[in-house]
Design a binder for this molecule. Sequence first.
Ligand code: G6P
Length: 616
Amino acid sequence: MCGIVAYLGKKVAQPILIEGLKRLEYRGYDSAGVALLEDGTIRVKKTSGRISALEGVLSDPCSTETLGIGHTRWATHGEPNTANAHPHVDWTNKVAVVHNGIIENYAALRQWLKNEGVVFASETDSEVISNLIGYLYANAKDVEGQSAFEWAVQQALRKLHGTFGLAILCSDFPGVLIGAKRGSPLILGVGNTEYILASDAAAIVEHTTQAVYLADNEMVIVEPDGFHTKTIENVTITKDLKEIEFSLDQIELGGFQHHMLKEIFEQPAALTTCMGGRIDAHDGKIKLGGIRDYLRELTRARHVIFTACGTAFHAGLVGEFLLEQLARIPVETEYASEFRYRNPIIKDRTVVIAISQSGETADTLAAVEQAEERGATVMGIVNVVGSTIARTTDTGIYLHVGPEIGVASTKAFTAQVAVLSMLAIELGRRRHISSDQAAQYIDELSKIPEKIELILQQSDHIRDIASANIEKDNWLFLGRGFNYPVALEGALKLKEISYIHAEGLPAAEMKHGPIALIADGMPAVFIATAGPQYDKIMGNIEEVKARGGKAIVVATEGDEYIGEKADHLITIPDAPELLQPMLTAIPLQLLAYHAAVLRGHDVDKPRNLAKSVTVE
Ligand code: G6P
């Protein structure tokens, strides 16, 4: 949610900033801008719209400066126009700031600064930061061991409530870049003679794989010959260099039209990596190294709460079925945004499991903090290595599926379910099911990637189904049991990228209201795979057809009977019911993808959304 990038080095900064912003654009794309120091003066270029629009307003020939900051915005305070675009400069044009996060006390600070004669040019909370630093800098006295710029930044940060990832320039210090963080991610890429400060590693890997991950309330002062880190309370700290774990080709399109399609097709390989080294189909064992020290505590859990947002929440719902069925542990799954405000009951031996692709979602992070304060053991299931949730939780399991760039989550969902399946089988083996049963599930789990491969081969067929129904503006997604959360996820995918209204439901609930909507060929997507509820869902298909609806059915290969009932049929290979969500999700991802492309939408950057929601 907003991407920031800054460069200090020997190369010309502007193209590096633009390239970095393009790689961060999935974090927000309402407006974009850069600020460069030219002959001791800060020059800002910014515009509403995407990075491509920003390129249109940049000076030609390109600025030759080697220090600059850039921003791509997901609007919170103030509409996405040019005035509200970042960078923001202070009213004296000495300090420029790019900001990711939300300043909660901005109204009070703004009023105070206005009373002091400071002039504001935008409606954003972020402009308060540049003006506050500018104001403090203008009034700075000589400080021992610190430049007035650094001092002013530090003093300003102490006055801010809320979250920030920041990159800051001052025109009086043409060789200094300052970064700071609280609640929003910030990484300093460290090259031989250059530094790239960015919201995430995607903007850095092209230049270096060595990085420093800042923690909350830390700042970094970067100069041409080195950098040093401090807390905002001015305590010097030493940070280790870490290797960034992904490579450039993981974040490039590699021949696919969109990142989302690439990520859908990556799923067989992604799940193989996610489960590789963790499941041993031969020995029938599961090894989850990340939670080794907490296995006993997890096995003894009396109560598990999954907490997450969006797609990760749907994975949590699948996890609820899995843990209850295999390990007989009572589970609740809660939206993180609700959990954090509901005064949750955390009893002895309650384990809270936060699920998050990015590891930065503000509500999920707040839920983690809330659970920790109340004494729960908190575990994370996270994709982004070193992210805030990964670092804040007591223990955890990484997805290890590489970066997910498409805003609509796909491979992270199936990997979250794969991790939850492994966890449930392992805890199940320790609590409820036999070793033989566990070994059978592990064997089935190891076959999931090749089964996904077979489903992907139906992509063209699924596009035809999307095309036949593309004029329809309302869809239903219906599933039961383990496939009920997949129905929710299918509906979410379609909404997110096609802007088609869709509702996901447990199939039996349809007759308690939503059935009134069925008429005139309204598409209803059923997940009617082999399992204990098959006959029931067949009944639901009949009910839809009897009322003029169209049944798009995901069924198990070889089910000839259902072929006669369905208006459109998609098949998946047979698998135990509890592992099916990793298969049934795939056709629904493809359906949403093709519908969005057919409707002419920007699949990777759907309107109003952002990949990583770092605001509440
Ligand atoms: C945003 C994204 C969703 C994602 C959700 C949770 O809304 O658009 O795709 O599922 O955040 O993100 P997380 O990174 O915590 O899984």
